[in-house]
Design a protein around this ligand. Sequence first.
Ligand code: PLP
Length: 371
Amino acid sequence: MAHVKSPLHGGNIYDAARALDCDPGKIIDFSASINPLGPSPHVWRAIASSRNLLGHYPDPDCRDLRRALATFWRMDPDQIVVGNGSTELIDALPRALKIHRLLVVQPTFSEYASAMGRSGGETTALYAERTNHYAIPVDRLWRVMETGRNEGRSFDGVVLCHPNSPTGQACTADDLIQLAKVAHRRGLWLIVDESFADYCSEKAVLPSLSSWPYVVVLRSMTKFYALPGLRVGYAVSARTTAERLRRQLPPWSVSVMGQVAALAALNDKTHARKSLKFMTQERERFRTRLAALPGCTVLPTHANYCFVELPRGQHARALAEHLRGKGLLIRDCSSVPGANSRSIRLAVRTRSENDRLLRELSRLLPDRGSR
Ligand SMILES: Cc1ncc(COP(=O)(O)O)c(C=O)c1O
């Protein structure tokens, strides 16, 4: 079977398990960043008690879920569009908003450019600087949006991943509002992908952002709510924008169980609090241990993963391949535009899983004092 060298996305435990001839459940996945505490226990109960619905189509309008999300965010349910993961919404947005050239801030999630390619559009890139810890270049972005041109070419939309994947960097709520203002003034679409924002402290930004007419905010039930297998994400925007997006989606794209589980997960505030508390503590511990590995540079992070630059002489792809052979999946970021060949992203998992990875890494990265 053909071997996939540098996968576009993390989380393919199936390929890894096939290569090792083991059960997919045996793979420890640091490549997709999912809440290590797993889904809320309410999710299992909700799924079990809804099994009679499997013989029916799902609610095509996701009414109960949209109503719950609207209450959660204190907004109108008509501002919310639910999709089969935020990936489906990323795919539909260029068509829905008629975006022809999208400005992306690299290094970032590859689906924005892929979606533009599928819709016949193009991307243009602004690069966060490695020497500046890949901080989101808000001032440069603002200036480029003010002119509507990047590298001499115009663009009609901007996507900002916040916090950014793979670098974990975030800006302030005020920065985002300034960007929303310039988008409004210049008639540019601003898509803010907040798939990992549940781990950010500035949560209140979504309701104020989504009231701007040219802004779409994306959220995912995949990461914090740990439901990657059920595929649920949503977009929040002005009502007219939401209607344009809804028209681009196929009917019934969100399954019965996806809707039921997302609703149960959203309503479990106790599990959410526990998950946040765990992540805040373990992320710091993991990050400190990673930073103590010889020659590794670890960026501060606002998400549930750490962006690490390996020591000189190491290659992210070789390391990822090696660890894969041991049943540990990490995200090789060497092919992400703007990141170098030593870049990896590591999800923060349970304490014992993180320790297992740390042991492997300390064996693999020789103490040469090089940086
Ligand atoms: C930044 C970012 N946005 C969106 C997604 C897609 O998430 P989902 O389709 O599972 O909601 C991912 C997946 O890895 C991601 O990293």
